[in-house]
Design a protein around this ligand. Structure first.
Ligand code: NAI
Length: 347
């Protein structure tokens, strides 16, 4: 009998890519458009697995309910997993993710934000459509020979670095686990975080959201950055303390900010709110700046990435239901989050 999977927080484009790929898996998929959270978790009754996305809230209560409903597996259709309470899940329900689907998609989006903000194409678009062909105020700068600070040199950070090197930029990097061999080959320099802040013209965030990285961009760290810094965040919203970012923008310390993610995005991002008022005053303030470009978590959104997400997610479910080793499992093991390396199931 085919296994039943409940998909949460789905949009028509999710349905399209998963339904196409599922033709060769044959799962019985039900698509729910609501977020998975304490209010909606009852919908999971009778399903063998649930599939969740970045703004679903897999807190202790939700996990306990999933376990009560005998759901054996959570398949995240994302790389990030900061929205899951792993302590509650460990030993009771398996959590799988899509570690990589297209790092190019996110890196290229980070560059799109950088280039739009630099050359002000977002403003030029409106001007020319309005018959205004003036270029006053649209002056940018050469990327060539500027310094980029890349925080997190994993899959996405590395793709970004190769693009920025193509511009002829100097690249400084910080990672909790620096990779000296890669640095040599890519022609970049690993430095402590403070040095990245002090020396970069553009800072781009590509590390995961953890206890250590929460609000890493704050009043103090903005204070040590170069004047006229450009900050790009395609990582997770909470890497930046938004109130401090706003102060930095108001004072002119920050030249521009490109944000594909936002601290409180779950209320707004991915939804059409064009007929409503924005009640989040911080988001509303951000949207008033001409030098802030907000996109709504679309870094991943390319045809290639969506196909890969669907394929890996359904393969993850297949591995679970077939009793195979779960290569994309995340578990809370030995009292710390471990991305398992052993070739067997943890429990
Ligand atoms: P990855 O796991 O390949 O790389 C993350 C890197 O960050 C690793 O090299 C790791 O050592 C480093 N790191 C860990 N803790 C750190 C710390 N405290 N300080 C500095 N570096 C640290 O992940 P990948 O695929 O490159 O993704 C990076 C992040 O991008 C994800 O965690 C996710 O939050 C975000 N993302 C955003 C998407 C979007 O659509 N905007 C889509 C996919 C991912």
């Amino acid at each position: 009998m085919s296994k039943k999977i409940a998909f949460f927080d789905t949009k028509p484009y999710d349905e399209k890519s998963f339904t196409a790929v599922n033709a060769s898996f044959g799962f019985e998929i039900t698509y729910f458009d609501v977020h998975l959270n304490s209010k909606s978790v009852e919908l999971s009754a009778g399903f063998d697995g649930v599939c969740a996305f970045v703004n679903d809230d897999l807190n202790k209560d939700v996990i306990d309910h999933l376990i009560e409903h005998k759901v054996g597996v959570i398949g995240l259709r994302s790389a990030g997993y900061n929205n899951v309470d792993f302590k509650s899940a460990y030993g009771k329900i398996h959590v799988l993710r899509v570690p990589a689907y297209s790092p190019y998609a996110v890196a290229e989006h980070a560059v799109a934000l950088m280039m739009s903000l630099n050359r002000k194409t977002h403003k030029a678009y409106h001007r020319t459509r309005d018959g205004n062909f003036s270029i006053n105020g649209l002056m940018g700068f050469d990327m060539y020979q500027k310094t980029a600070g890349v925080i997190g040199t994993g899959k996405i950070g590395k793709c970004l670095i190769s693009i920025l090197k193509g511009f002829g930029m100097r690249v400084l990097a910080y990672d909790l686990f620096p990779d000296p061999g890669y640095a040599k080959q890519a022609g970049i320099e690993y430095l402590p975080l403070d040095e990245i802040y002090k020396n970069s013209d553009i800072i781009s965030l590509h590390c995961p959201l953890t206890k250590e990285t929460t609000h890493m961009i704050n009043e103090k760290t903005i204070g040590i950055m170069k004047d006229k810094i450009m900050i790009i965040n395609t990582g997770r919203g909470k890497l930046i303390e938004t109130r401090s970012l706003i102060e930095g923008l108001k004072s002119g310390k920050i030249l521009a900010a490109g944000l594909d993610v936002y601290e409180e995005e779950s209320e707004y991002f991915f939804e059409d709110k064009s007929e409503e008022m924005i009640t989040d005053d911080i988001l509303a303030r951000l949207l008033t700046f001409p030098n802030v470009l907000v996109t709504s978590h679309q870094g991943f959104f390319t045809a290639e990435a969506c196909h890969n997400i669907a394929e890996t997610t359904l393969n993850n479910f297949k591995d679970f239901f077939d009793g195979e080793y779960l290569k994309n499992e995340i578990c809370y093991h030995c009292d710390k989050l471990c991305l398992k390396k052993q070739k067997k199931r943890c429990f």
